[in-house]
Ligand binder design. Structure first.
Ligand code: GLU
Length: 318
């Protein structure tokens, strides 16, 4: 009996030295929100004042592509060639599009392969590219400051953005949908009217959904939204089907629901005033479409979205 009591005391002692977390944190304690999460109350003003006559997806016609390693003198491409590497702004948080492979540490994905094709066209070597990780909100400032040569990061071409940066032709046609926890009962964007939705700040997704949900919270990265969904802090995530397919692949207890309710035409972002680089990138994208590279890159990354569609048709304004 005495021995038993002693054993009990020792056990208690062990407990007070290292209590299990569930004994310390009451179950009702709210989980912390991701850093920089904020509630968005109304449609952002950035959607106001778009040029009325803008034909957003019509880009500049490419000339014949110069041979790799022979960029025209004085061109933006020649400056990149002199530096010895292309600097591309990409994502590291969107599985399938731009993400860090946790085994190799390499950044990979559909967008990353498009950036590599641009580097290959300049240098003849797709490895001559330096990736700078940018959030959705950092894309335009990074182009404007010249910190990157191009942005290849699920970036929708819009008239509003065309005031600040230029775009290539459309290299991928995405559309916004909704991601929910399995068996949530939400079947599409119409079901969000009395629900909470999570979006990334600086994305078109935010403006597209803010007036269709009861509350909208914005966070820096889409993976922050996934954590909030898993913790029950949001009812849904709404963004491009490409990004949602990546999140759904990372969490089998989620489903992408409802039809696409927007058109998100992805373009390569280029700083304003670099027409030669826009035409060059368009030449690279033309070649990728005709020589099968586009289809191969789709097949490498995007089959969770279904079989490869035809690549987007180029549209030019001059
Ligand atoms: N395509 C949308 C945009 O350009 C969403 C992409 C993202 O947030 O990564 O804003």
């Amino acid at each position: 009996m005495r021995r038993l009591a002693l054993a009990a005391v020792m056990l208690l002692g062990a407990c007070s030295a290292g209590p299990a977390p569930s004994q310390v944190v009451p179950r009702s304690a709210p989980a912390p929100q991701p850093a920089n999460a904020s509630t968005v109350s109304a449609a952002p003003s950035s959607s106001a004042g778009a040029p009325p006559s803008c034909d957003a997806t019509a880009s500049l016609r490419p000339g014949p592509l110069p041979q790799a390693g022979q960029m025209p003198e004085g061109s933006t491409m020649a400056k990149i060639a002199q530096r010895g590497r292309l600097i591309a702004g990409v994502d590291q948080n969107s599985f399938l599009m731009g993400f860090r492979n946790s085994f190799t540490g390499e950044i990979e994905g559909f967008d990353v392969d498009v950036a590599r094709q641009i580097a290959k066209a300049v240098f003849g070597d797709e490895k001559k590219v330096q990736f700078k990780v940018v959030t959705a909100a950092e894309r335009i400032p990074m182009l404007q400051s010249g910190a990157v040569d191009v942005v290849v990061r699920t970036m929708t071409i819009t008239c509003d953005r065309l005031k600040d940066v230029d775009f290539s032709q459309v290299y991928y046609q995405a559309g916004q949908r909704v991601l929910v926890r399995r068996n949530s009962g939400i079947t599409g964007v119409e079901g969000l009217a009395d629900k909470r939705v999570c979006v990334a700040s600086g994305s078109t997704s935010l403006g597209n959904v803010v007036n269709r949900a009861k509350t909208t919270v914005s966070v820096p990265n889409w993976t922050d939204c996934l954590v909030m969904l898993q913790q029950g802090q949001t009812d849904a995530i709404s963004t491009d089907d490409t990004i949602l397919a990546g999140l759904a692949a990372q969490d089998p207890y989620t489903d992408v629901v409802g039809a696409r309710f927007t058109d998100e035409s992805y373009g390569v972002g280029v700083p304003k005033g670099q027409e030669d680089l826009v035409r060059f990138v368009n030449g690279v994208l033309e070649r990728m479409r005709t020589d099968g590279t586009w289809r191969a890159i789709y097949g490498r990354w995007l089959t969770p979205l279904g079989p490869a569609p035809a690549p987007p048709v180029a549209r030019y304004r001059d």
